[in-house]
Design a binder for this molecule. Structure first.
Ligand SMILES: *[C@@H]1O[C@H](CO)[C@@H](O)[C@H](O)[C@H]1NC(C)=O
Length: 179
């Protein structure tokens, strides 16, 4: 009787140990980040952006990752717009392009800010897509003003990466919700 209860206690101990270990295995840090970013065109960028926010470490749903991507994109785009506003000297084509691009970036920022508040999931990706179009329009303006080889293009490329990631995550998230 005595030896039975000891082996029973040991058995319970073993079972709970196995359960604890399997839980640890399931909750690997950045598991969802790595899984989701594998499907992205720019995997390195995706991982960098999402890991910059600690909420991603044990994120359980794509909604959290989308929110992070949009937040980081909003901050980056706002910093870019502020930089555009500070530039006062340079080639005329650059200065002329900046006038339009600042307005377009204001729209980009606004779209990124409203998108997460959409009731309809599919509108999140749509808002980000519209933001992307605004960046592309800024690029067209820069190209037509012979400012293609300027910081405007470099900035737009980064903003387009952010929009692409945000839109892709938003669509993944909405698809997952419906499925
Ligand atoms: C925006 O993000 C890119 C990529 O992470 C970074 O290289 C760049 O410095 C950021 N721009 C601003 C203005 O913060």
């Amino acid at each position: 009787m005595h030896s039975f209860s000891i082996s029973y206690i040991f058995y319970v101990f073993l079972v709970s140990l196995v359960i604890t270990m399997s839980k640890v295995a399931i909750e690997e840090p950045y598991e969802l980040v790595n899984k989701v970013c594998k499907k992205q065109g720019n995997q390195k960028f995706c991982v960098e952006v999402l890991k910059s926010d600690t909420r991603s470490e044990f994120a359980k749903d794509i909604r959290t990752l989308t929110a992070i991507a949009v937040d980081v994109a909003t901050k980056n785009t706002t910093a870019t717009r502020n930089y555009f506003q500070r530039v006062k000297t340079g080639p005329p084509g650059v200065l002329k392009s900046l006038k339009s691009c600042i307005d377009l970036y204001n729209n980009v920022i606004m779209n990124l800010k409203i998108c997460l508040h959409e009731e309809d999931c599919s509108l999140i990706g749509y808002d980000i897509h519209v933001a992307r179009d605004e960046v592309m329009f800024c690029q067209e303006i820069a190209d037509s003003n012979r400012a293609h080889d300027s910081f405007i293009t470099t900035s737009n490329d980064v903003t387009l990466e952010f929009c692409g990631l945000g839109e892709s995550l938003a669509n993944l998230m909405c698809y997952e919700t419906r499925a």
